[in-house]
Structures are given as C-alpha cells and as structure tokens.
Design a protein around this ligand. Structure first.
Ligand code: SF4
Length: 639
C-alpha cells in the first residue's frame, strides 16, 4: 500500500501541527524524514547532520516506524534512551497504535533471579542494611515485569549487594540455568524480537556487536537497520569494545566470585580455595610492578618489561591456569563452576595477548586510576572492523548528530568509521545564530602553551563574567588548567562558582540550573549532552582549541599510523576531531530560539593560525568579534 507523503506528518498542517503542543513547521525536519525514509526503502546508509532544534528524533522515528522493519536505535546516553522510550515513542503511538518498542540496557541493570535465590539458601549478607535490602528485593522480584533496577528507588548507585545479584554475562549460565525461561534477560530478548523498535545505547550496541561472533549471549535479535544518534561518539565506544582489557579489579572479581560460588553451592574444595589465594597473591605482585603515576601510559616497552619481570608475569599466568584446572576438577560441578573456569581462561588469554601480541593494528597501554590498574589493547583504526561487521552486514545504517561535518563535508567521519557509500545530508538549524550568538576570539592573550597563559586567561574570564553576570560554562581541555583558572577566578568574582569533581555530574547541573548567576567550571564530560535553556546559561567560554592530547597512547598511535601511511595526521585527524569537539562545546549555548549569549575561545591560534579558518568555516554563522566592548554591547541588548 502506498504510504501517504511525510508532509502529512511534518508539514505546516500535518499531524504534528495538530497534536504536538510546541509544534513549529521546520523544513529541515521534513527533509531529514524524507532522507531517512528513502535510505530505508533503498537499503542505503545515510549520514545526516541536523543542527540543534531540527527535531531530529521525530524525523527519524516516524519513517522508521513506517518502514515496518525491525530497527535498532542507539543513543549516546541512558538519558536519551529514556527520553525516547518514555516521551517520544508514547507520543507517536497515537499515530502508530500498533507500534511496539523495547528499551534495552546493559545486563548489569537487570536482576539475576538465580543469584537472588542462591543467596537465600546460603546467605552471604553483610549487616542489617543488606538483610533488609535483600528482603525488599525478594518481594520486588515477584512482581516486577522487567527486573530493571531503575524501579528500585532506594537502591544506592553503588550497591555492593546489587553487584552480586545482577545479570552480568560473565556469571550467567544461559540455557543451562533453571530460571532461563523466566529470566528477565530472556524476557527482554523475547520482547525485543516482537518489537519494531529496539532502543539501546552505544555501549550496549558495540558490546553486543563485538560478542556476536563468539558468543551465544548476544542480546539483540536480527535487525535490518540501525540509527546512531549522537553518532560522533561511536569511534570511541567501538574502540573500547573491540579491544581487550584486564585489570586488578577484574582478577579480584574472579577470585571473589569463585569463593562466593563455592560457599553458595556448598562445595568445600580446599584445592580451589588454595588456587584463589595463590591467584590473589600473584596478581598483587604483578600489578605492583606498575608505577604509581596516575593516568594513561603507553606500553611500547612490553618486551623489556617482560624481560625484567618474566617470573612475576609467568607466575600470574600459572595461577590463572591453576584455578581453571582446579575448577574443572570439582566433581559433580554445577554450571556456575564451568563458567568460572571459562572466565579464568579468558582472563589468561587476554593477559597473554596484551603482554605478548605483536599485532600492529593494536596499541598496547596501561592506566592507573586510583587503586585500579587497567591493561588494554585497543584497535588503532576501527574502520576495517566496522566496515566488515556493521556497514557490510546491516542493510541501512544511519548516522546522525548535530556535529559530524567539517567544512560541510563528511570525509573525516567516513574515513574514521569505514563508511564507503552513503547518502549525505546537512540540515542547517533554523536558529538565527547571527542574531542569537556572538563569538568572541580575543587575540591579546598569550598562546595557551605559554606559562603566563593561565593568569591572563583567568583575567579574561573574570572580565567576561562581569559582562554576562556569571551564568556561564567555562570549559577546559584539562583538569590542571581548570583548577588553575578556577583558583584565580574564585578570588576575584562574586558569582557562585561550581567546580567539576565536587559532586556527581547531575547534581552539579541541577545546582547550576537552580543557582542564579552560577558559573560552572568543567572539562570534557560537560562538552556534550548538556542542555540548559534560557538566560541561566548566557556564555560558553572555552580555554583552548580542543585538540586531543597527543601523548594519550591511543591518540599517539593513530597519529603515528596516519603519518606512516603517508597521510598528514594533523590535517586528517587532529584538526577535524578538534573541530567536532568545538562544535559540541559551543553547541551548549543556543538550545532554543529564544536563547542568546556569548561564545568565547581564549586561544589566539583560532585567529592567527592558517588552520583557524577550518574551525570558523565549520561553525554555524555566529557573529564574530575580537573586542570585549562589543561583547559588552551585545550582552546589554540581550539582558
Ligand atoms: S539465565 Fe543467567 S541471568 Fe538469567 S537467571 Fe539464569 S543465570 Fe541469571
């Protein structure tokens, strides 16, 4: 049957005009919907940049539903997932009453019934609080339909008890489990298989894609199309999941789960307990070999590291072999024990690969975060993997975001992700950026790499805050710079300052929204996905062009690889990546037609270097100035 034109939904007198409380006709929204529909019908991939305010969510949802295909939508965050599932989809159900959608989160969000029952038989509960929480969970388990922890309003984010009863893959015995038929994961899988739309986030999507080949435990049923919203994030997420990682925490978790399983199953194996003790001892000795320096370091010196520390390393490998062997010797062992043996084997293989592999497509590195030491092997270039496993397998892949293009082209994102053939579309926002925002690029400050930069940048921030009366995000590319400028500004301003790291992210944002004239000092995690509308946010000040840190092991390996292949990493990788990050950061300011304010970048290179024009040419058409008086005059108009 012929579908009615999309104009009937998105047009000036269409369905949305009649049903959406804040409808405005946006030609860009209709155009995006037509492109999505056409890509789905013709089995093409599509890259579409849709500026803020285009209404892109409805623009892809409606054609997806009309296609009748099973489609996965992958979002950047859990929040966005929930907004789609609880707001946009129920709204569209009025138009498409037969629509079925499933929200899927990572397995750790769901209860494992079997583990919950096991705890009752052999309670290993710590203190009265856990005993009371356990009985609440028992009662909840009998009535919840999803097993999703989000329903438990009183459960602390970092509940230790929850981590012992969640449905994580490593501890699941799958079809051999007695609860398999009524398992929340099985139910979720069944619901997804009966749905047209499956809403996931990038982490779940790529964890699933990386598993697909090797594991029966893939959560997603077959699908013919996938939409990535906030698609500018997927290179990073794919890098995480197509790599290998082990840590002292992972090994401790294996030791702890082994002991708990033996207790719960009533298995008193002195050999396994002995192997666990040995594993802990060997792991402690091995991880102590890494220096106390916080942060990421490359592991290019693996050969010499092994030469010096071969004994300690081999002892850890042997301890993992021993625990696997002892677990497999347990008589009449339940499936949980086989599972633990498999984990020991996987951990050993990951450790050996990270320490010994010579695969040049991977970069090997380690990181210390507090008491955690993480050893990783990351793919330097994910494009061949994605070309094969994603773009070569799925009929239609749609990449969308407000920030995908550089100088109005998608070459960068296509190259990084391995997209060969795709429809391409850039839809301008309908905001009047020339009237709504002023971009201030002072050139009297020293280069950000000069030592006196911090104090001069702090003075500039103070002057700007005076003009905007606080109400600003001051965003940095490094913690160190953030703290240095914050300390200087604090002594000279009367506006309430909020510093990242002093409370969780959502609490900081709530505080910013509810405190008049507040100023937030923050780094990368606030550059995207933050939405503050109205005068409360009147300025976004960025300290320097957001080039990725070239000493980061993954970034350094990418730069090296591009240069060795005859390319120019600065123009092909570092600049375009920084352009997209800057567009994201500045994108925080204008979130609605009524927003107005100032954008400032305190980096003279934007004006003085040749490559600065790539940044200017890629940003929306903001009005520009290098004079503080003009900023003052502009803000007077706004207030
Ligand atoms: S199938 Fe796995 S997750 Fe589900 S109840 Fe059994 S062990 Fe737990």
């Amino acid at each position: 049957m012929e579908k009615p034109p999309l104009e009937k939904i998105f047009g000036p007198t269409g369905w949305l005009a009649r049903h959406h409380p804040r409808f405005e006709y946006r030609p860009g929204q209709l155009e995006m919907a037509e492109n999505v529909e056409s890509a789905l019908e013709n089995g093409q991939h599509l890259i579409v940049e849709a500026g803020t305010g285009t209404g892109k969510t409805l623009a892809y949802l409606a054609p997806l539903i009309r296609s009748g295909q099973r489609v996965v939508i992958s979002t950047g965050t859990k929040n966005l997932q929930e907004q789609l599932f609880y707001k946009d989809i129920p709204f569209l159900k009025k138009l498409f009453p037969r629509l079925r959608a499933t929200l899927m989160k990572g397995r750790q969000n769901y209860l494992c019934r079997q583990k919950l029952y096991d705890l009752e038989k052999q309670p290993v509960l710590n203190g009265l609080e856990e005993v009371s929480l356990y009985s609440q969970l028992r009662e909840w388990e009998t009535r919840t339909e999803t097993g999703d922890r989000v329903e438990l309003k009183n459960l602390p984010d970092t509940s230790e008890l929850w981590s012992r009863i969640d449905a994580r893959r490593e501890t699941c015995t799958g079809q051999k489990c007695k609860q398999f038929e009524r398992c929340f994961i099985t139910w979720m899988h069944q619901r997804a298989a009966e749905s047209n739309l499956i809403i996931v986030n990038h982490h779940l999507f790529f964890a699933d894609l990386a598993l697909k080949e090797t594991d029966f435990a893939s959560l997603l049923p077959d699908y013919s199309a996938v939409v990535f919203d906030e698609a500018h994030e997927i290179e990073d997420v794919a890098t995480q999941y197509f790599g290998l990682k082990i840590s002292n925490y992972k090994i401790e978790e294996l030791a702890r789960d082994t002991e708990a399983t033996l207790k719960i199953k009533g298995l008193d194996s002195a050999e396994v307990f002995g192997a666990v003790r040995e594993l802990r001892r060997r792991a402690d000795l091995f991880f102590e070999l890494f220096p106390a320096t916080e942060g990421r370091s490359n592991f290019d010196n693996r050969a010499s590291f092994l030469e010096v520390n071969r004994g300690t390393y081999s002892a850890l490998v042997n301890a993992l072999v021993r625990i696997e062997t002892e677990l497999l010797r347990v008589k009449d062992r339940p499936e949980e024990i086989n599972n633990l043996a498999r984990r020991a084997e996987e951990t050993r293989q990951a450790l050996e690969t990270i320490l010994e592999s010579r695969d040049r497509n991977y970069v090997y590195w380690w990181e210390r975060r507090g008491r955690g030491i993480f050893l990783e092997a990351s793919p330097i270039d994910v494009s061949p993997i994605l070309r094969e496993k994603l773009f070569g397998q799925v009929r239609t892949v749609i990449l969308t975001s407000a920030t995908l293009s550089v100088l109005n082209r998608f070459d960068f994102v296509k190259r990084r992700l391995g997209v060969e053939m795709a429809r391409e579309k850039i839809l301008q926002s309908h905001f009047d950026f020339g009237r709504q925002a002023l971009l201030y690029t002072p050139i009297h400050l020293p280069d950000p790499r000069e030592p006196e930069y911090s104090s001069r940048a702090a003075s500039e921030v103070i002057a700007l805050l005076k003009i905007t009366r606080g109400r600003a995000f001051v965003l940095f590319t490094s913690y160190q710079q953030m703290r240095a400028v914050y300390e200087r500004v604090r002594a000279h301003t009367r506006y309430p300052l909020i510093l990242q790291g002093t409370a969780p992210r959502t609490a900081l944002l709530d505080k910013f929204r509810s405190t008049p004239h507040a100023v937030l000092f923050a780094t990368s995690s606030f550059w995207q996905g933050v939405d503050v509308q109205g005068q409360q946010l009147s300025a976004v000040i960025i300290d320097r062009l957001p080039f990725a840190v070239p000493t980061d092991p993954v970034v350094a390996a990418r730069i090296r690889q591009i240069n060795e292949d005859g390319g120019n990493a600065f123009t092909e990788y570092q600049i375009p990546e920084a352009v997209i990050a800057l567009k994201q950061g500045f994108g925080r300011l204008i979130r609605s037609e009524n927003d107005r304010g100032v954008l400032a970048i305190l980096d003279r290179r934007m004006v003085q270097k040749q490559y600065g024009r790539i940044f200017f040419g890629s940003l929306p058409s903001y009005r520009c100035t290098q004079r503080l008086e003009e900023v003052d005059a502009f803000m007077q108009e706004c207030l």
